[in-house]
Design a protein around this ligand. Structure first.
Ligand code: FAD
Length: 621
């Protein structure tokens, strides 16, 4: 019998276990409830659910599904079953287990446990493994799977930018023993918080410490959504998520179908991350801007930095390094310009521009949940604050022929219970985004509605060359600033008036944006093709979410920085720039990421790639 049992050992993953809302303990309960055990029993065809020992089961994913196509809203679970534990605790389940068969999307058998650790553990454990001369395979899954170490002189590397990409690159390199200097033009979160407060309350913009620049990068005063399109269960994403948990994120991000941190949780997490890097010997220099690269014989050998805080004791300094990781995000337009001065190859990239729409959160709750909307209770209730995700393909119109092929318009960076914030780094430009706190308790729901644009759109406005997309962004940011009348006042229009192409004359609905709004006709902002794509799509979104077009919904201009307008070509294996040796462009600014998690993953891989070229690591990347 033992050999029979061995065939079933390991973990079985049971998918799509639905528990109706009235039988579920609610969104914050992430253990195995009695109601969930009943669903597990159904899959196993085991007659008495109460005999199943909960200890043998772990929830690995929990989402709320209120789609209209469902008969009733429910929580949907993925559960992992440890067969050995189950048979030990309840041997009578054997008859039922022995009949289990894998079925795609319903039951999956994982005979060998996949352990994905946080990055610190992954690297430290493998170092131990290597020292003990244990065989290479160490049980870790994902692409970062096998390690061998060599001795080398201690390499000196600069990581420029402390956003998710720079932080994760620094972490990996420092864990491998590299001498890392992390250079950040903005301030540490404590001081940055004060600067952002001054911007929101007194309209004082610090050019080097704001929503884009400073510790944690653009993702700090953000919604902290940790959703990514690069495969939620991939080893690399899990490793990043576990690293975030190690530094203080709640374990629920590993289970929640739509993981979210919120600014209030990101700040202490970043402090812990910083402490860990410093414990590893990383030298962190806040308030220090990289102005130039020092290039010798086609190879980056250092950086020129200057004081960006106005309070440090140096004006400029030359620092020597073996290599430079460039993780500066896509708001550092001066860096793109500097790269061009070194003939670094930059390629314009398609991206999307649009407006940010804001509805009362109660309206979105009732559109999505109907009667259940009362259960939300500002995030304290049983079900999550409602969000939405919409997309519409807009076919090429006759008058669009010279500009672009088909476009799409989609909701982006949706922040339930959040607020609209200003992400300009220059007062003559205006651009906005959304953020939230962990409870998502504000009375507004905002999201960008973004339309894809390409180089044809840039050249139609007379913008050519590698930075055409940046010029295109700046054009609309300046127009928006002018329409608002300056001082960060945002031009707005109710969605109803936008559809009717008329100025919102009557009293405007309230906005979460704290620096002031002014009625304007947003048709005057973008070229007609983009405006029409927005109108057409909003009409379609209203079909999907009846009530989306509402006089209580306010469109804010302008959302231009949805993703990088530039890509810096790099070698896909080594991550080194194709045109400048010793330069490692990573993250969103280099055009390889579009969000917190994907930027972190890119930084992590760059760290491994660099460690590999330094002969500190030999294995897959
Ligand atoms: P960044 O985070 O932009 O970091 C770059 C860093 O480099 C900055 O700290 C900057 O100060 C520094 N730097 C730039 N130039 C220099 C220089 N010359 N010298 C020294 N330092 C320099 N994504 C999500 O996934 N979920 C969300 O909920 C979400 N919400 C967002 C809300 C807001 C308000 C904003 C602005 C963005 C949001 N994003 C969100 C996007 C996300 O923040 C970015 O995709 C991500 O931060 C990119 O990471 P990065 O490390 O590549 O660059």
């Amino acid at each position: 019998k033992q050999t029979e049992i061995d065939k079933f050992k390991g973990f079985w993953r049971l998918f799509k276990l639905g528990v109706p809302i009235d039988r579920d303990p609610g969104k914050d309960f992430l253990d195995v409830s009695d109601a969930l055990l009943q669903e597990v029993a159904k899959v196993l065809e085991f007659p008495v659910a109460s005999m199943l020992p909960p200890e043998a089961f772990t929830v690995s994913r929990k989402s709320f599904d209120a789609r209209k196509s469902q008969k009733e809203p429910k929580f949907v679970y993925t559960v992992e079953m440890d067969v050995e534990k189950l048979l030990n605790l309840e041997p009578r389940t054997w008859d039922f287990i022995s009949r289990l068969e894998p079925k795609i999307g319903v039951i999956e058998h994982m005979p060998h446990e996949k352990v994905v650790g946080d990055l610190v553990n992954v690297i430290q454990d493998t170092k131990k493994v290597d020292q003990d001369k244990v065989p290479e395979e160490n049980g870790h899954s994902g692409s970062i799977s096998s390690y061998k170490f060599h001795d080398t002189k201690r390499a000196k590397i600069a990581v420029v930018g402390s956003g998710p990409a720079g932080l994760f690159a620094s972490l990996v390199l420092a864990e491998f023993g590299v001498d890392v200097t992390l250079i950040e033009r903005g301030q540490a979160v404590e001081k940055r918080g004060g600067d952002i407060g001054a911007l929101v309350v007194r309209k004082i913009l610090q050019k080097e410490s704001n929503f884009c620049f400073g510790e944690g990068g653009a993702g700090t005063w953000s919604d902290g959504k940790l959703v990514t399109r690069i495969g939620r269960n991939s080893g690399s994403v899990l490793s990043v998520m576990k690293t975030l948990v190690r530094f203080g994120a709640p374990e629920s991000i590993l289970v929640d179908g739509k993981p979210h941190l919120g600014t209030d949780r990101l700040i202490p997490l970043l402090r812990n991350f910083r402490q860990h890097l410093q414990d590893l010997g990383v030298k962190i220099r806040f308030g220090t801007r990289v102005d130039d690269l020092i290039v010798d014989n086609g190879h980056v050998v250092g950086v020129n930095v200057s004081d960006s805080s106005g309070k440090l004791e140096f004006s400029s300094e030359k620092l020597g390094f073996d290599a430079v990781v460039l993780a500066v995000g896509h708001s550092a337009r001066d860096v793109y310009q500097m790269l061009l001065s070194h003939n670094t190859e930059l390629v314009p990239k398609d991206f999307a521009v649009g407006l940010r729409i804001e509805h009362p959160q109660e309206l979105i709750n009732s559109i999505q949940y109907s009667k259940l909307a009362n259960e939300v209770r500002s995030g304290r209730g049983k079900i999550p604050v409602a969000d939405y995700k919409v997309v519409e393909y807009v076919k090429k119109e006759e008058n669009d022929a010279q500009f672009a092929s088909n476009r799409s318009c989609y909701s982006f960076c949706m922040c339930p219970g959040g607020q609209v914030v200003v992400t300009s780094i220059d007062p003559s430009e205006l651009c906005i985004n959304g953020m939230s706190f962990s409870r998502r308790a504000s009375k507004w729901a905002n999201a960008a509605l973004a339309v894809t644009v390409s180089s044809k759109d840039f050249s139609a406005l007379g913008f050519h060359g590698p930075l055409a997309g940046v010029q295109f962004q700046r054009e609309f940011e300046q127009r928006a600033a002018n329409m608002g009348g300056g001082n960060f006042v945002v031009p707005v229009q109710t969605v109803k008036d936008f559809m009717d192409n008329k100025l919102s004359a009557s009293k405007l609905p309230s906005s979460s944006y704290r620096l002031g709004v002014k009625a304007a006709n947003l048709h005057d902002l973008f070229p007609v093709q983009i405006t029409e794509a927005l109108q057409h799509s909003i009409m379609a979104f209203d079909q999907e979410l009846p009530g989306f077009i509402s006089s209580d919904a306010l469109l804010h201009g302008v959302e231009t920085r949805t993703s990088s307008p530039v890509q810096i070509p790099r070698n896909p294996d080594t991550f080194e720039s194709m045109s400048l040796r010793g330069l490692y462009p990573v993250g969103e600014g280099a055009g390889y990421a579009g969000g917190i998690v994907s930027a972190a993953v890119d930084g992590m891989y760059a760290g491994f790639a660099l460690a590999k070229s330094l002969n500190l690591y030999e294995g897959d990347i």
